[in-house]
Design a protein around this ligand. Sequence first.
Ligand code: PEP
Length: 251
Amino acid sequence: MRKKFVAGNWKMFTTAASAEKLAQDVVRGLGSESRVQVAVCPPFPYLSRVGQALKGSGVGLGAQNLYPEKEGAFTGEVSPTMLVDVGCRHVILGHSERRHKLGESDGFINRKVHAALAAGLDVILCVGETLEEREADQTEKVLDAQVAGSLKDIRGDALARIVVAYEPVWAIGTGKNASPEQAQQAHAYVRQRIAQQCGADAAQKLIIQYGGSVKPDNASSLLRQPDVDGALVGGASLKADDFLAIVRAGM
Ligand code: PEP
């Protein structure tokens, strides 16, 4: 039985004050509830402040990216050890906005996955097809390439520290979510693909989140699918009430 995991990706939104308030509201709203694992991923500048607001709660702190080196002359980048240093437990890697707007390749994402794990961070690895790819019947081929490339040289035991987020690009920030059946089909495919690559036992334990316009009114039907083990939530994670309603849908 996999425990559901709901994470909020705050992207490049919030201010220092609104990030702190959002974190406080999430903590207050959850109380001692622990049936669902919860994390929030604010922008880099607010990690410490949000970390303070989360202290003593069960809500994990995550970053949205990292650079795959310990330190060095990489102006403007943030290392995995810096993220650990400010209290991060998770990091989102391979988000489609980074793949498609910033040109990140599976090879580069794979370096980040290894660097994150080596520093002690748990990874939320995003995969998913564009609308063009889905319409051209390429979804499975795209998922194959992303899983093979991003998880290269990841063995069964390392997989325990990885969550995969299936995020069809056409559903992200568009208000158009995948149907529960489409999500289930893709999740089952990803699990089977990962079983081939990393072993059946590790794949059975793997948490696969769905991401793409998850809202309070569609969360239950998505989270009821047998291979949908949680959600990576963008827009709706910026409102505490909506995010908490999505978390509750996973209980
Ligand atoms: C995301 O940012 O990962 C995401 C799924 O965004 P949204 O929920 O806004 O579609």
